[in-house]
Design a protein. Structure first.
Lengths: 494, 334
């Protein structure tokens, strides 16, 4: 039997830049085939070609042995190939059912939408995949995690034979990941071929039947999880091996930088107390929605809190806005860089100094452009942001380099305490290692660093101590040998 | 602890109230309430205000705005804007007049004029699509060009002396005793009901909400956004031409000075009616109530003898109030 989907010798260039070089890839019916590679390796381009978004320069696409040539997303979907996009393709101001069946709404005479059937169809779809989502709720009222499930339901609703998921878990909590994997297992049992693109090797090894590795636009290998290891896959991805994925732990001083006492803001969080020491990386683990981000934003002055106290280097603070926090030396690296962290259409230079403009203002509020350029240049160097041209707009950078610039922006404010919320979400392994190293360097220079992450290995690998959140409360503070995946999970869920 | 529970209970109750009604219902309902209150206050001071003849005057005076607002609503739902309507409106009045004076039969002149409105709309969309210019700029340019063209083709003086049969579109109507209920009111009503219904229930028309809500995701859902926008701006241009033909018939003349600031009145009405300039929200019912509100204010001020400069203050304040209300509701629900 021919594979459900096969791509043969695909070539693709953008201008003079060759993105895919003779790439071949096949996925069988009922198989979960993971596609991994660093950002820029060509994964998204390959999937965009299969999904009908880009056209290929050369090569063949075969669906169950038949040559196909999808002209756009719509055609690809009707052929049975559905891409679940990383950037959700949902419209927040419309209901769930309307989003799923847009352009395919059941109609009565003259194209009038049959609302009852529309909602019933969506309901049936959700029952089929075993989730409880209201078809008539606005999509915008659901969390990103649920939206991802809705997106997948939309893909399934096309009776897809091939479903391509591009980083489906990047915004999901652990429990939502479990639910997604349940859905994937069901689809697999029904004979759907699934292409699973992910940076998270743990998940890849958990779910994939086969793993294909792309590097610099070339397919470097296909392997089975049983015959390989995460280390080997990383070696294939980057063409070199990482002795250790995480920087060595540092020396934590005794001096307390940030002291949080009984911080509460019902119903979001209650009685949060902890201290952050000089030179320490303090990890905060917990499920999405456990109150981690809310606490960080309260400390940063972006949201208010009802009771409790915050002290920086012994001085009690009463911070009411991010501006005051930055002045005092507390900086928050946001979870969602595109929405809150970076000014996408502005240049790297403007972004890097945007949190510390006050330092570069001369008489009458005129900016000292030379100093800005010098600071920005140093930051580009220090954080290894590529390409090394700080007059490019942030839009044009890859996700990893955007994240590095966000970090650079935070550092230009000379923080005493850095709150990093999901600092490596959606970035590739290479950029991840550099961001981890930058955070550790910062701690070694005496800054207190808090890392909030939904990726357990990251929290464990990076942190000197780990605070576990559960339902808005601290359920455990782990240190030394007590830090283990099992221990963190135990405190996070029960 | 009790505080926390009370807070949570209150939040749940608030959410319940807000959830039970859609944002649109709350906004349109609020506007309807404001209209009723305003009407009662004015009526108590000027008993002629709610008389049928006066209501008829309000309708006739704001009929062009009401018709053009139908297209503008859809344009704004797609996160666009169409300033050129205030150029198309006098342009089509002039064009239909010149074509008739040139001897063309009335139906042919009207069809050609509607087509001209549609073509201008298509040009708007083409400029904005092709050169990736914001529709504000594209339609502003077309507005300025048309204003100039209108003066050039008329030589600056009114066009008049149309054939007798043409009066049916803007002057003739049913004799109701004290006043004439013009046929043009029925043209507006028919168009409003049709577009309102289609926008709510028709598969193709509803896509405008997707495009305005998230253009990227609309594209990912296989919608040809550019082509759709051509349709939307053509519709807006055609409706502006309808309004222009009606006004030419009403005055039995066409003047290049028609429609000064009309685009701003229409946009104001549509936004007061709950449409979101960021796209994705708006309704025909809301926009029509918005036009009604503005019509009432102008009418009431004209009646009261208070300086008419105050009417703009009130309209501006209402615009601000409706925007703030919309934002507040959105935030409360989030």
């Amino acid at each position: 039997m021919p594979p459900a989907l096969e791509a043969k010798s695909i070539n693709k260039s953008f201008g003079s830049h060759r993105v895919l070089h003779d790439v071949s890839f096949a996925v069988q019916a009922g198989e979960v085939h993971a596609l991994v590679g660093e950002n820029g390796a060509g994964k998204s381009t390959l999937m965009n070609i299969i999904g009908g978004i880009h056209t290929r320069d050369a090569g063949e696409l075969l669906l169950k042995g038949q040559a196909i040539d999808p002209a756009d997303v719509w055609q690809a979907r009707q052929l049975g190939i559905s891409v679940v996009f990383q950037e959700l393709s949902l419209t927040p101001n419309m209901t769930v059912a309307q989003n799923i069946f847009v352009r395919r709404e059941p109609t009565k005479a003259l194209g009038m939408i049959d609302w009852q059937r529309l909602n019933a169809d969506a309901q049936a779809l959700f029952e089929q995949i075993g989730v409880e989502i209201s078809p008539t709720e606005l999509v915008g009222n659901y969390s990103v995690g649920i939206q991802q499930i809705i997106e997948i339901a939309k893909a399934i609703s096309f009776d897809a034979e091939v479903i391509i998921m591009d980083e489906p878990t990047s915004a999901l909590s652990e429990s939502e990941v479990d639910r997604l994997f349940g859905i994937i297992a069901d689809l697999k049992a029904q004979g759907v071929a699934i292409v699973f693109i992910s940076h998270k090797l743990g998940e890849v090894f958990r779910i994939a039947d086969r793993i294909s590795v792309l590097r610099d636009g070339e397919m470097v290998g296909v392997t089975k999880p049983a015959d390989s290891s995460p280390d080997e896959i990383i070696r294939m991805m980057v063409g070199r091996s990482f002795d250790d994925l995480y920087p060595p732990k540092g020396v934590v001083g005794d001096e307390v930088i940030l002291e949080v006492r009984e911080l509460s803001h019902p119903p979001l969080f209650h009685d949060i107390s902890f201290s952050l020491r000089k030179g320490e990386i303090l990890g905060i683990a917990g499920l999405v929605g456990a109150g981690r981000t809310e606490v960080a934003r309260a400390i940063f002055g972006a949201d208010s809190y009802s009771s409790g106290s915050i002290a920086l280097a012994g001085e009690r603070l009463d911070i009411k806005s991010p501006r005051e926090a930055i002045e005092k030396g507390i900086v928050y690296l946001t979870e969602d860089r595109k929405v809150m962290g970076l000014f996408l259409s502005m240049t790297m230079r403007e972004n890097i100094v945007s949190a510390a403009l006050g330092r570069f203002v001369g008489a009458l509020g005129i900016l000292r452009h030379k100093e800005i350029a010098a600071e920005s240049g140093r930051a580009m160097q220090r954080n290894d942001i590529r390409p090394r041209d700080d007059l490019l707009s942030v839009n044009s950078l890859s996700g990893g380099n955007q994240q590095k610039s966000l970090l650079a922006k935070c550092l230009s404010a000379n923080p005493k305490a850095l709150l990093a919320d999901e600092p490596t979400r959606g970035v590739d392994v290479g950029a991840k290692v550099k961001i981890h190293q930058a955070l550790r360097d910062l701690a070694n220079h005496g800054v207190g660093v808090i890392v909030i992450s939904s990726e357990l290995p990251e929290v464990l690998g990076l942190s000197d101590r780990v605070i576990v959140f559960r339902e808005g409360r601290i359920s455990a503070i782990l240190a030394g040998d007590n830090i283990s995946q099992a221990e963190v999970m135990r405190h996070a869920v029960q | 602890m009790q505080d926390a529970q009370a807070l949570r209970a209150k939040q749940a109750a608030d959410a319940g109230l807000l959830r039970r009604f859609s944002l649109e219902t709350l906004q349109v309902g609020g506007l309807a309430l404001a209209i009723v209150v305003f009407a009662i206050i004015v009526q108590l001071n000027f008993p002629v205000f709610l008389s049928l003849p006066n209501i008829n005057v309000m309708f006739v005076n704001f009929l062009p705005e009401a018709i053009i607002a139908l297209g503008m609503t859809i344009v704004i739902i797609t996160a666009g804007i169409d300033l050129s309507v205030a150029g198309i409106y006098p342009f089509s009045a002039i064009v239909v007049g010149l074509l008739m004076l040139a001897g063309l039969p009335i139906p042919v002149a009207i069809l050609l004029t509607l087509a001209a409105g549609a073509v201008v709309g298509a040009v708007n969309a083409f400029i904005s699509n092709k050169f990736r210019v914001h529709p504000f700029i594209a339609t502003l340019a077309i507005l300025l060009i048309l204003r100039g063209v209108n003066i050039i083709i008329t030589g600056g003086s009114p066009v008049s002396g149309f054939p007798e049969g043409f009066a049916i579109f803007g002057q003739a109507g049913i004799d109701m005793g004290g006043f004439t209920l013009r046929y043009s009111v029925f043209i507006w009503l028919g168009l409003a009901l049709l577009t309102g219904y289609l926008l709510r229930h028709h598969r193709f028309w509803r896509l405008s909400y997707f495009i305005g809500g998230n253009r990227r995701s609309a594209r990912m859902s296989g919608i040809n956004v550019e082509r759709y926008l051509v349709f939307v701006y053509m519709l807006s241009g055609t409706l502006a031409a309808v309004a222009g033909i009606i006004v030419a018939s009403q005055f039995n003349a066409a003047n290049n000075s028609y429609g000064q600031n009309l685009e701003l009145r229409v946009i104001t009405a549509v936004v007061i009616g709950g449409a979101d300039l960021n796209g994705g929200a708006g309704s025909i019912l809301g926009s029509m109530l918005g036009v009604l509100f503005i019509a009432m204010i102008y009418n009431a001020f004209a009646m009261s003898g208070i300086s008419t400069y105050w009417q703009d203050v009130v309209v501006g304040a209402m615009l601000l109030a409706s925007i703030l209300l919309g934002e507040a509701l959105k935030r409360r629900r989030a």
